[in-house]
Design a protein around this ligand. Structure first.
Ligand code: CTP
Length: 427
């Protein structure tokens, strides 16, 4: 890697405010570093109640600043310089108090002084109790900040540490990192290298550089008539996480997505499709690929005939749906001329998970099958949820991974893919 690319690594000034969500700033620092950007942290007094400067210093591998007096020594960086050396200032978590100070233009500590002094874009990631978020004063402050150019992210909705439910939770660090990269990407759009995967500091950050990874994700919708369709419960989250992890690892990624309401991960080329046959066609058109990962829950059947008009209730009885089998995209790829070097299927099973996956691997001609247990109550089930428990079935054996977030499973899988492809490089 050239010195140039290191010089281009984006620099982030992370202001860690107070609140229980401050611990998630640690994960954000890890993601920023992993993404190849550098990060300098400033922690407010409130923030220090939840996360120590030493933790942030260790994770960021940079000094952490807590008070204006840290910068008193002229040999140290002055606050103006610190606020301007960054490409982006990220305030995370931004408490109600911190947002109010920002809106009012107060500068009574290091964090608020930096935010006021910077000439760089500022992004704030709010986290607070639901009523504090919904309070007219906070909403006014947020509107004011947005008007003056601060990008204020929407908080997540869900159960809160204080026991209440609603909007106010800090978004997941992956989502914040995606917003940061999008912002940096937008600001660098005029750069001649824009469009290239960002943040390549070292080859080990981008082990899949130069590879094309093809991913299918989500359900398919098989039309019955213009308003009705056959579908399944797939959310697309696991496939999208895999596409994101592959891009993070430096690959060129094509994501063929069934109908899902998910944002396209940064650096991923997305093709939206509805039905299994459209998905098969899009996959075909995206070849050749070095790796194909078929995560989509493709409908096995479609209706043989699609009604041209909405079907009406008939007095003569129930309509009959005659089904036809859909193409098996994975098996088709395995048998095709442009078979990717590494072909990975997913298997959603409700019983005999590993044995069924072993049989499926043989039957479909895949190299690996990642098997999930999709039995269980819907609320904590794999389908639609954020966690997964997977077994990776290969010719060499079965590796059972711990239950983990889908984003982590995606990275774990990509690490194995990169490792598998490595020997090719030394040929
Ligand atoms: N798959 C595919 N095309 C299909 C059906 C499935 O590419 N028409 C892929 C999926 O993306 C997944 C793998 O095949 O990678 C296994 O999917 P699964 O639904 O578990 O397999 P089925 O063939 O439907 O087997 P089962 O009889 O267990 O439903």
């Amino acid at each position: 890697m050239t010195g140039d690319s290191t010089a281009q690594a984006p620099r982030i000034l992370l202001v860690v405010g107070g609140g229980i969500a401050a611990y998630k700033a640690c994960e954000l620092v890890r993601l920023i570093r992993k993404g190849g950007a550098s990060v300098t942290c400033v922690v407010t007094e409130g923030g220090q109640q939840f996360v120590t400067p030493m933790t942030l210093a260790a994770l960021s591998e940079n000094p952490v600043y807590t008070t204006l007096w840290d910068l008193r020594n002229e040999a140290e960086m002055g606050h103006i310089q610190l606020s301007r050396e960054a490409d982006l200032v990220v305030v995370c978590p931004a408490s109600a108090d911190l947002l109010a100070k920002m809106a009012a233009g107060l500068a009574d500590d290091l964090a608020t002084t930096l935010i006021l002094a910077t000439d760089k874009p500022v992004m704030a990631v709010p986290a607070m109790n639901v009523r504090m978020w919904q309070h007219a004063a906070t909403q006014r402050n947020v509107a004011w900040l947005r008007e003056s150019g601060v990008e204020v992210l929407e908080p997540d909705e869900g159960p809160m540490a204080c026991g209440e439910y609603g909007p106010g939770r800090l978004p997941e660090p992956e989502a914040i990192w995606a917003a940061v990269t999008a912002r940096l990407g937008a600001d660098r759009a005029s750069h001649p290298l824009s469009g290239q995967p960002d943040f390549d500091t070292a080859p080990d950050h981008r082990p899949l550089y130069g590879r094309h990874v093809l991913v299918t994700a989500g359900p398919t919708h098989e039309p019955i008539d213009p308003v009705r369709y056959i579908a399944n419960r797939s959310s697309g989250k696991q496939g999208f996480a895999i596409a994101a992890a592959a891009a993070e690892a430096g690959a060129r990624v094509t994501l063929v997505a069934g109908p899902v309401a998910l944002e396209t991960p940064h650096g991923v080329d997305r093709i939206d499709v509805e039905s299994a046959r459209e998905m098969a066609e899009a996959v075909d058109g995206a070849l050749p690929a070095d790796v194909a990962i078929m995560v989509a829950a493709v409908a096995d059947w479609r209706t043989r005939d699609v009604a041209g008009q909405k079907m009406k209730k008939a007095r003569s009885g129930l309509p009959e749906l005659v089904l036809a089998e859909n193409p098996d995209i994975l098996a088709g790829l395995a048998a095709g001329e442009a078979r990717p070097g590494l072909l990975i299927g997913f298997a959603a099973e409700t019983e005999n998970v590993v044995d069924n996956a072993k049989a499926k691997r043989e039957r479909k001609g895949a190299d690996w099958i990642v098997a999930n247990d999709v039995s269980g109550e819907r609320q904590d089930s794999v389908m639609g949820g954020d966690h997964n428990l997977a077994h990776i079935v290969t010719a060499a054996g079965v590796e059972t991974l711990d239950r983990m977030p889908k984003t982590e499973l995606a990275r774990a899988l990509m690490a194995r893919v990169a490792q598998h492809l490595e020997p090719d490089d030394t040929e």
